[in-house]
Design a protein around this ligand. Structure first.
Ligand code: ADP
Ligand code: MG
Length: 333
């Protein structure tokens, strides 16, 4: 059987994860959340996450500057620590490079990696360097820690919760479209490209949200809310309702969508790589949490729908009516 038949998540759930169920100790969270969680004391837990970027799958060498790729390689991993509500502690960088790469390329890559490391005060503590025949392959791991009481698992959502996001959706997908269709670069398309090439992980937002007891489940938006919300729904055994008119989309995305005839809703739902956080909050605590979030970050916490008891799955609504046939998120294979 070809792996394309069972897909990325089928492969993880049916082939990779079951082999290790018995080896995982009580109170340890393994495969299935944004990070693994290992308790290290009564109060604290250790977090670890790792993510890979492969040339021609995740990026095109001549369409992303080395600086941007270095920045993004760390950013996508910090985003998974943010999704638990953790504090990142250190990173590890493994990289496979074709022999004919320029040292200057790697210097620029490291400059991008370092700038984000400095911003977030996360040192690089190790890794591995090897040659690769053709493709650049990058794997970053990040460790973190947090109070066990504040951990926000995908399985922590409850019926009635309001579903929110910490930023705009679809900009990154719009940026990718600009690259793939070789559209002209101007101020507007440049904003979308920036979101795609150097997404800023919501680590501070994650830490802040995790301290709020009304916040239940969190995940970062790496594959698009259509796919990422589904993970929360499956892990929590709930049903989701998303109001399409509430999805936050930048003016830049809306403008480019009009010009190039994109469906902005599809980009917002299935584009992915936005690296904002998708959060579920107790309905009685939403207003107060959103108000303090606005005060603290000078940005909105956008409500986009709610959860209910029922079969895991998402219903998309526009003017209270169900909308079908929307594309729902990226899957490898
Ligand atoms: P994320 O987008 O948050 O990085 P993924 O969707 O990539 O998460 O992965 C889902 C879960 O499966 C995560 O818990 C991840 O650690 C785990 N996982 C993915 N691939 C593997 C693998 N090859 N071996 C073990 N665990 C894996
Ligand atoms: Mg994640």
């Amino acid at each position: 059987m070809k792996i394309s038949k069972i897909g990325e998540f089928g492969l993880i759930e049916q082939v990779i994860a079951p082999e290790f169920k018995e080896l995982v100790k009580k109170h340890v969270t393994g495969i299935g959340d944004d990070c693994s969680i290992i308790p290290i004391s009564q109060e604290k837990a250790h977090l670890f996450t790792t993510d890979m970027l492969v040339e021609n799958t995740h990026f095109l060498r001549n369409k992303i500057a080395a600086y941007q790729l270095g920045f993004k390689s760390l950013a996508v991993n910090l985003s998974d620590i943010a999704a638990m509500g953790g504090q990142p502690l250190a990173s590890y960088l493994s990289i496979g490079l074709p022999k004919d790469m320029e040292v200057e390329w790697m210097e620029e890559f490291m400059r991008g990696y370092k700038d984000l490391s400095e911003d977030e005060e996360v040192p690089l503590l190790g890794g591995d360097t090897t040659s690769s025949r053709d493709a650049i392959v990058i794997n970053v791991g990040v460790t973190g820690e947090m109070a066990r009481a504040n951990i926000k698992r995908r399985s922590d959502a409850r019926p009635g919760d309001i579903v929110c996001v910490t930023g705009n959706l679809g900009d990154s997908a719009g940026g990718l479209q600009v690259i793939l269709d070789e559209l002209p670069e101007d101020q507007v398309s440049g904003r979308l490209l920036d979101q795609h090439l150097t997404p800023y992980p919501h680590v501070s937002e994650g830490l802040w949200l995790a301290r709020n007891q009304g916040v239940h489940a969190m995940i970062d938006v790496s594959d698009g809310i259509g796919s990422d919300l589904q993970h929360i729904l499956k892990a929590s055994g709930l049903k989701g309702h998303i109001n399409l008119e509430q999805l936050p989309m930048s003016l830049e995305l809306q403008q480019q969508a009009r010009i190039y005839n994109w469906n902005p809703l599809e980009l917002a739902i299935s584009g992915g790589e936005d690296y904002v956080l998708l959060v579920t909050i107790h309905p009685d605590q939403f207003d107060q949490t959103a108000a303090s979030f606005r005060k603290h970050f000078n940005r909105e916490l956008y409500p986009i729908g709610h959860l209910d008891r029922g079969e895991p799955g998402i219903t998309y609504l526009k003017d209270q009516k169900e909308v079908r046939d929307l594309k729902e998120g990226y899957q490898h294979f």
